[in-house]
Design a protein around this ligand. Structure first.
Ligand code: SAJ
Length: 427
């Protein structure tokens, strides 16, 4: 039986681990947050929010959470939850080093009956083929009998004000009944969301990569439509909205200048690589990744086309990129397409500047004015609410000729009527 006065240790005080630690603390557990980043540990113990997150900003100041860089503190706990990043290398091969080192670091300090939960997103097979052997070798205990290994993939949606660590439904997988039972008992004490037990570790791992691959392929579908409809003079956004009037069998996704973040453009590669090792090529998933990865180049081609229309060479022209974060109103730049756009612009000789007050906290409204001045073209790459102030008047005042709306975010009709050369993505 899981007692509320038990001690939980959580490895990785990032956008997954920190909200989870604060939730467990709020539910009465003693929580030790472990992170190898000593600066982050210091800030958390000073109750300073180390990431922009409503939940963290609300609960950290009054929490009893204790942060440390000392992995031996795991021995004070009976449940350890691993929430470390699972990135890919530049060649898209999964990088499991953070997981492997976290598991190696906790193993010597596990107690008998310890429940180890992996929340990081991984491909099917990682828990039983990589994590389990390390746990058993380094702890000297048998998984499923002396210690327990469970996978409960995180479903945090950064910036989401409705769905949070407490109310999101979760799936849980384990290869033994007792471990599954313990994990369900634990999550029931902290979640208001529903808990769905899966039949194995692999099924739970597969859920998460399937969820995010589903999103990636659907975005790729509308990104391909956007490129096709650009030639057909059809507004793809209106078509998607029209298709959405069908009350069943359709789920709207929208085209854009690229797919960023640490989930959607990354998770499919975990499945692609593991399946390849086991004799299957996910041609469809791979092609969807190629389509999404082609969007920054497609976006820059619209800048070139727009400048040509104004008889301006892109070579030597000032081009301003608005937005560096991978999605609206957050400061996360991981895998952001903005950086690919900047790279492609430089390849064709543009003089590139960028503006994102979420990323460069010192930037101000006057900076934006100065950067707009004499920019021949502007790309809106992130749909931060504050970019709604990019009006035709501001653009004309600053002699901007071309506006490429990478998120179909601005008022196309007004911009076109003002004489600005406007391109959306697929409209
Ligand atoms: N994007 C599009 N078109 C779309 C939706 C997104 O181009 O229709 C782009 C965004 O601009 C961004 C990238 O894709 O660059 C990812 O956007 P996202 O909304 O999927 O945001 P994420 O990366 O924060 O995804 C998270 C994921 N949550 C978890 O992995 C736990 C994902 O599973 C969620 O579906 C997603 O939030 C969500 O629904 O908001």
């Amino acid at each position: 039986m899981i007692e509320k006065n038990e001690t939980i240790s959580i490895i990785g005080m990032g956008y997954v681990g920190l909200p989870l630690a604060l939730l467990a603390d709020r539910k009465g557990y003693r929580v030790i947050g472990i992170d190898s980043n000593r600066d982050k540990v210091l800030l958390i113990n000073q109750k300073k929010a180390v990431l922009k997150d409503d939940f963290v900003e609300k609960y950290l100041p009054k929490s009893g959470l204790e942060a440390t860089a000392d992995f031996s503190r795991v021995q004070e706990s009976s449940i350890t939850i691993v929430c470390v990043p699972t990135p890919v290398y530049d060649n898209h091969i999964p990088n499991l080093e953070p997981i492997k080192s976290a598991v190696r670091d906790i193993s010597p300090y596990l107690n008998k009956e310890h429940l180890v939960i992996l929340e990081s997103t991984v491909n099917p097979g990682v828990s039983e083929e990589i994590v389990k052997p390390i746990l058993e070798k380094e702890s000297g205990m048998e998984v499923g009998r002396e210690i327990f290994l469970v996978h409960c993939p995180e479903r945090i949606n950064p910036g989401d004000r409705k769905w949070n660590v407490e109310n999101i439904n979760r799936v849980i997988g384990c290869n033994d009944k007792l471990g599954l039972k313990k994990a369900i008992e634990f999550y029931k004490t902290i979640l208001t969301g529903k808990i769905f037990p899966m039949n194995s570790l692999k099924e739970a791992e597969a859920c998460k990569v399937v969820e995010n691959s589903f999103r990636d392929i659907n975005i790729a579908f509308v990104n391909e439509l956007a490129q096709s409809f650009s030639n057909l003079n059809i507004d793809v956004v209106n078509v998607i909205k029209g298709a959405s009037t069908k009350p069943f069998g359709f789920m709207a996704h929208y085209p854009g200048c690229g797919v960023g973040g640490h989930c959607i453009p990354v998770d499919p590669y975990y499945l692609i690589e593991y399946a390849k090792k086991n004799g299957f090529n996910h041609d469809f998933l791979s092609w969807a990744r190629r389509i999404n990865n082609s969007m920054p180049k497609f976006t820059v081609s619209k800048v070139v086309e727009g400048l040509n229309k104004n008889k301006i060479a892109i070579n030597g022209s000032k081009v301003l990129v608005l937005g560096l974060s991978y999605k609206a109103n957050i400061d996360d730049v991981r895998e952001s397409p903005s950086f690919e756009i900047i790279k492609e612009l430089k390849k064709v000789g543009a003089k590139v500047t960028a503006f994102d007050p979420y990323v460069n906290l010192k930037s101000s409204a006057e900076d934006l004015e100065n950067l707009l001045k004499n920019s021949k073209a502007v790309i809106l790459a992130t749909s931060h609410d504050l970019f709604k102030r990019i009006t035709p008047e501001i653009l004309i005042k600053n002699k901007v000729k071309v506006l490429v709306d990478g998120r179909n975010f601005l008022d196309k009709e007004k911009l076109v009527a003002s004489g600005i050369t406007y391109f959306g993505i697929g409209r």
